[in-house]
Design a protein around this ligand. Structure first.
Ligand code: SF4
Length: 331
């Protein structure tokens, strides 16, 4: 048995203070799998961070402890940010969505099987040990933004929609508060795959903020997976379009299941600006999006799968016929 200290935080300030006093402490854990062995676990689950509020700028502030299902079914999210609602409902199972928080979802670590298998080398779990996935079973691994050290993917659905919405993450720590753009929150593996995010070890996520623009009219979240429920994405796509006079005024799209972070490409998005929303334009944008993709054997099929999923998702969004998640809805 591995001993550790447990402490419940009484407030956000208390959580930050306890963390500053105990450098070996953690707010979240992977202890059950023995991947992490913190000396102290600080319980933040009772902090008052479970509200969804409108902001002065017309957006939404979502507390870090709002449950995924509460967020998916929130009337303002359903009406103004349906791509987020849809992505949340595509994730995990109803039971997990009832328990999982927004902050925890942001901090999900990879589902690369070698990360959880303590007897195989993994640079993310043990820096310098090597990567078992590059020449191993890598069907679920990354095709974009990989490095020699790690080809893991970020597993969240929610974050792919947050990337399209250009959300920001508010964090607090001993040096005060700061705001991190969602695009800068998760990192590519590079030669430090042990770091998933740019959150410092002594910082706590307090909220996620959405700008006013929600792409409610033309959006979709398409998730391709091995079975329809309770499976991580092979490839997923979030899309938000603004159409005007039969042309695309603005296009945003992100891929999930293909990289160490939700994957956007400014050049591919810009290529759709001013174009008619037709399959030729979408195929050209998808080619740009996947231009740098590289497979590792078992996962090479993902390159073509991602290209076709993106074209389909863009078409769904343009038609205003988003992928339904109605089977996931508890009414
Ligand atoms: Fe570990 Fe990353 Fe390699 Fe998977 S891909 S074995 S997480 S280093």
């Amino acid at each position: 048995m591995i001993g550790f200290e447990y402490a419940r935080a009484a407030s956000v300030a208390d959580a930050v203070r306890q963390m500053a006093e105990s450098p070996d402490a953690k707010f979240v854990d992977l202890m059950k799998m023995d991947v992490e062995r913190p000396a102290k676990l600080i319980d933040v689950s009772k902090l008052p961070l479970d509200q969804v509020e409108e902001t002065a700028g017309g957006g939404l502030r979502i507390g870090a402890l709002v449950a995924n299902s509460d967020l998916a079914y929130h009337p303002l999210v359903e009406r103004r940010y349906p791509v987020l609602s849809s992505a949340l409902l595509a994730g995990a199972s109803q039971q997990l969505r009832n328990m999982a928080s927004v902050g925890g979802n942001l901090l999900q670590r990879t589902r690369c099987p070698y990360f959880y298998d303590l007897v195989t080398p993994c640079n993310k779990r043990e820096p310098g040990a090597g990567c078992s996935a590059v020449d191993g079973l890598n069907r679920m691994n990354a095709i974009l933004g990989t490095s020699e050290s790690c080809i893991a993917v970020h597993p969240s659905d929610m974050c792919v929609a947050l990337a399209v919405l250009e959300a920001t993450v508010r964090v607090t720590g001993p040096r005060g508060e700061r705001v991190i753009a969602l695009s800068d929150f998760h990192r590519l593996p590079g030669d430090t795959p042990q770091r998933d995010t740019n959150l410092e070890g002594d910082e706590l996520i307090t909220s996620v903020e959405l700008p006013a623009r929600g792409f409610a009219a033309n959006h979709t979240y398409l998730k391709i997976r091995d079975r329809l429920s309770y499976a991580f994405a092979l490839v997923s796509v979030a899309v938000g379009l603004e159409l005007e006079g039969g042309a695309i005024r603005q296009a945003r799209f992100a891929l999930g299941g293909v990289a160490h972070k939700p994957w956007r490409n400014a050049e591919a998005e810009a290529a759709l600006q001013g174009r008619a929303p037709d399959e030729a334009a979408f195929a050209a944008a998808a080619d740009l999006m996947l231009r740098e993709a590289r497979g590792f054997g078992h996962n090479t099929f993902k390159i073509d799968l991602a290209r076709r999923a993106l074209v389909r998702a863009l078409s769904q969004a343009a038609r205003g016929t988003p992928q339904s998640q109605s089977s996931k809805k508890i009414t």
